[in-house]
Design a protein around this ligand. Structure first.
Ligand code: NAD
Length: 334
C-alpha cells in the first residue's frame, strides 16, 4: 500500500503542483482545505504523514494526537517552522521542512513592496481608473544612495542585499551570526542592530521568528528610527508589534509599511472573506492607511517556488520511508 499523506491547507494551486510532482513519487495524497489544528487533526487518523503550511497550529496536543494515530512525520512545505512545537515533537515524530525553494521569489516581492510604496503605484492604479491624472501626494524618492538596513542575512536576506545593491543603495546589515565573507564580497558592512535602526531609510526583516526576534519592531525600536522610515516585513508577522506600528504610522514616525505577514494572519490569510465584516480591529486599522500595503503571505508564490516546494516536500518524505538521512530535518535544540 502506498504511503498516505494528509495534505492540509490545500488550495487548488497546491493540489495542482503536488499532483503533478507526485507522478514521480506515487504517494497516496489526501487533500484537505483546512489548516491543521486540534479541531481537525482527526483527518490524519489513517495517514502515515501530514503535510502542512505556515498557519497550521501544531502544538503538543496536536502532536500527541498525530502520534496516537501512527503518523510518523510532519512535512512542512515552508522554510519557517515556528508554528510547530519542536520540543514536543522531539523523539516522538519527525519534522522536516523546505529550507530553500526560491530566495529570489521572496526577495523580488520585498522589492515590489518597496517600489510600490515609494512610488505610490497602488494609489495611482485606482486614481487613473477614475480618470484622475493628478500627481498630488505621489512624490517618491530616488532609492539610489539611500540606506537600506537588512535584518537577517540568510538565503533571503543575502538575495535582498544583492537586489538593493543593484539599485545603488547603501546597504547595512545585522545578523546574529554575521557572514563576513558575504560582507567582503558585497562591500556591505554589519552594524549593531540599534545602529541599523538609526541609520536606515528602509528597514527590511529577513530573520526567523524566535523568542529573541518576537516584537523586535516595537515602540522602542521605532523611536530610534529616522522619521518617515519605510518598514518591510516578509519574515513573520510577530516580528512586529502591530499596535506599536500603527502608533508609529499615526505619528508619522513610520512613513510606509509593506507587510506580507501579520501577527494574527492565521485567522484570515489565504481565505476569501469578502462577503464578511472584518472583526479584527487592528487589521482593519492597518488596512485603512494609504501608506501601508498588505499582501497575504504571498512572497513565496511563484511558479518556480511552488514546484520546488512540492518536489522537496515529497523527497523529504521519500527519504524518510527509504530510511535515508533526513537532510531537511528540524532538530530540537534545547
Ligand atoms: P535562513 O535560515 O537562511 O536565514 C535566517 C537568518 O536570520 C540567518 O542568517 C540567521 O543567522 C539570522 N538570524 C537568526 N536569529 C537572528 C536574530 N535574532 N537577529 C538577526 N538575525 C537572526 O532563512 P531564510 O530562508 O533567509 O528565511 C528567513 C525567514 O523568512 C524565514 O525564517 C521565514 O520566517 C521567512 N519566509 C517568509 C516567506 C514568505 O512567503 N513571506 C517565505 C519564506 C521564508
Amino acid at each position: 500500500m502506498s504511503y498516505r499523506i494528509a495534505v492540509f491547507d490545500a488550495k487548488p494551486y497546491d493540489r495542482d503542483n503536488f499532483t503533478e510532482v507526485n507522478k514521480d513519487f506515487g504517494f497516496d495524497l489526501r487533500f484537505h482545505k483546512e489548516h491543521l489544528d486540534i479541531n481537525n487533526v482527526v483527518l490524519a487518523h489513517d495517514c502515515d504523514a501530514v503535510c502542512i503550511f505556515v498557519n497550521a497550529v501544531v502544538d503538543a496536543a496536536v502532536i500527541n494526537k498525530l502520534v496516537s494515530y501512527g503518523v510518523k512525520i510532519i512535512a512542512l512545505r515552508s522554510a519557517g517552522f515556528n508554528n510547530v512545537d519542536i520540543a514536543a515533537a522531539a523523539g516522538k515524530i519527525k519534522v522536516v521542512r523546505v529550507p530553500e525553494y526560491s530566495p529570489h521569489a521572496i526577495a523580488e516581492h520585498t522589492l515590489a513592496l518597496m517600489l510600490c510604496l515609494n512610488r505610490k503605484i497602488h494609489r495611482a492604479f485606482w486614481r487613473t481608473r477614475d480618470n484622475n491624472f493628478s500627481l498630488l501626494g505621489f512624490q517618491g524618492f530616488d532609492m539610489i544612495g539611500k540606506t537600506a538596513g537588512v535584518v537577517g542575512t540568510g538565503k533571503i536576506g543575502r538575495t535582498v542585499v544583492q537586489v538593493l545593491k543593484g539599485l545603488g543603495m547603501n546597504v547595512i546589515m545585522y545578523d546574529l551570526y554575521p557572514n563576513e565573507e558575504f560582507a567582503k564580497q558585497t562591500g556591505c558592512e554589519y552594524v549593531p542592530l540599534n545602529d541599523l535602526y538609526k541609520k536606515s531609510d528602509i528597514i527590511t526583516l529577513h530573520c526567523p521568528l524566535t523568542k529573541e526576534t518576537e516584537y523586535m519592531i516595537n515602540e522602542n525600536s521605532i523611536s530610534m528610527m529616522k522619521k518617515g522610515v519605510m518598514i518591510i516585513n516578509t519574515g513573520r508577522g510577530k516580528l512586529i508589534n502591530t499596535k506599536h506600528l500603527i502608533e508609529g504610522l499615526l505619528s508619522g514616525q513610520v512613513g510606509y509599511a509593506g507587510l506580507d505577514v501579520y501577527e494574527e494572519e492565521g485567522a484570515y490569510f489565504y481565505e476569501d472573506y469578502s462577503n464578511s465584516i472584518l472583526t479584527d480591529d487592528v487589521l482593519a486599522r492597518l488596512l485603512s492607511f494609504n501608506n501601508v500595503i498588505l499582501t497575504s503571505h504571498q512572497a513565496f508564490f511563484t511558479r518556480e517556488a511552488m514546484s520546488n516546494i512540492a518536489t522537496t516536500t515529497l523527497q523529504n518524505i521519500k527519504d524518510f520511508t527509504d530510511n535515508k538521512e533526513l537532510v531537511n530535518e528540524v532538530v530540537y535544540k534545547p
